[in-house]
Design a binder for this molecule. Structure first.
Ligand SMILES: Nc1ncnc2c1ncn2[C@@H]1O[C@H](COP(=O)(O)OP(=O)(O)O)[C@@H](O)[C@H]1O
Ligand SMILES: [Mg+2]
Length: 265
């Protein structure tokens, strides 16, 4: 299926952007996820929380098929984007990863200029017809990532010369530049200081207007601050998911209760 055909599929129920149903993942003979069901609502921040090793990153990578590149990793079950299975043979995985972008734990700008970091994706996806159009995309992506004022005069300097927090916002600008619909973030603030973390959290809240966001975090405070929906993972299962306030104040499952009160994890 072409990118255009993918976008034209009959819409899933309007408020569900992505859905995982019965997802199992194994690395070799070790199973990491068990029958995971998660619904990801449109223009919502969904937080994935749970103890280290419970499968949060594994699940996140299912959403844009980044597990495909891990040798020995097998994924089964259904994962849909706008109601279309991301494993459909006809899905172009490069296009999928443009629609479902990713920001990693450690800021990882390319060893190129600030400008080129953001221009790279639009160039390979053919999103700009001229240098002026490319300039527009770069500027608007940096603006939406809350970085433009800090880098306007430094576009030709190396991205790796920015501060850690600026580098992470540059990576967010890079993800935004290819017009994604969903942005996956795997502990995006864990390498940042509290001030840079606050900026990225504020940015996540702004981005929700335009994008659907899934964020893995080991910080329950962060989940409570930035998300509207939370899924709690434990030993490879999703134990509980729902509205963030409810998960943190009135969890139904005693394992969730134990985690949020600090008894496990
Ligand atoms: N590339 C990999 N190869 C083998 N096992 C892995 C790999 N990545 C993760 N795992 C295993 O899968 C389980 C879930 O890991 P992960 O998804 O990274 O958890 P989390 O992000 O919640 O800390 C762990 O037992 C981990 O050791
Ligand atoms: Mg992880």
């Amino acid at each position: 299926m072409s990118a255009i055909a993918m976008r034209n599929q009959e819409a899933a129920p309007a408020d569900i952007k992505m859905r995982a149903a019965g997802v199992d993942v194994s690395y070799g003979d070790k199973q990491a996820l068990f029958a995971v069901n998660v619904a990801i609502e449109t223009n919502t921040v969904t937080a994935l929380i749970g103890p280290s090793g419970c499968g949060k990153s594994t699940f996140l990578r299912c959403l844009n098929r980044m597990n495909d590149v891990i040798e020995g990793c097998r994924v089964s079950g259904q994962i849909t984007l706008d109601g279309v299975d991301v494993h459909d043979r006809a899905i172009d995985v490069v296009e999928l990863r443009a629609r479902v972008g990713m920001v990693f734990q450690k800021p990882n700008p390319f060893p190129k200029s600030v400008y080129e970091n953001v221009a790279y994706g639009p160039r390979i996806h053919g999103l700009a017809n001229s240098r002026a159009e490319l300039d527009d995309i770069v500027h608007s992506s940096l603006r939406r990532a809350g970085l433009i004022d800090e880098v306007r005069d430094r576009l030709d300097e190396p991205g790796t010369g920015l501060s850690g927090g600026q580098q992470q916002r540059l990576c967010i600008a890079r993800a935004i530049a290819v017009e994604p619909e969903v942005i996956l973030m795997d502990e995006p603030c864990s390498a940042l200081d509290p001030i840079a973390t606050a900026k990225v959290e504020e940015l996540i809240d702004d981005l929700r207007e335009r994008y659907t966001i899934v964020i893995v975090t080991h910080s329950m405070q962060q989940a409570a601050r930035v998300s509207q929906r939370t899924a709690f993972f434990h030993l490879g299962e999703v134990v509980e998911q729902g509205e963030t306030g409810q998960i943190f104040t009135k969890p139904v499952d005693e394992r969730t209760q134990a985690y949020i009160t600090g008894r496990i994890g």
